[in-house]
Design a protein around this ligand. Sequence first.
Ligand code: HEM
Length: 115
Amino acid sequence: MYLWIHLIFAILLIVLISLSVFKKKGFMPYMMISRVTYLVFIVTGIILFFKAYDRDPLFAILKVLAALMFIALLEMTFAEKTKDRLTKGMIISLYCALILLFIIGFITAGGRPFV
Ligand code: HEM
């Protein structure tokens, strides 16, 4: 169950980030909702971590570090967006980091719940 909650919120986060980054006006509510999702990721992530660590300690630790670095990068991007200084390069690196986080997540989960 926690894996499904984690995955559904990960997909929801893609939508929230896109609205926060690409909307010209009225993007603040999406940024705030994105920040609320951090809590869900951290809680479900900690619960998932222990089983993942038993299976593959290296990837479990790598996943948590990648997630925390992604949250920091996302907050930097949001800060630049609110100052209207967001560049195409920042947006591209954010989406590359998000894709990498998904890949590390699926490897850590051993492809579950799809295999
Ligand atoms: C920043 C937002 C985050 C995103 C977008 C994200 C995304 C993902 C994705 C897509 C997966 C694979 C899910 C699946 O296989 O169905 C995953 C797995 C995982 N995530 Fe995250 N995650 C985030 C934050 C976190 C945080 C903060 C933690 C830990 C505190 C964490 C710990 C884990 C663990 C341990 C797994 C492996 C689950 C398992 O083996 O069952 N994630 N994550």
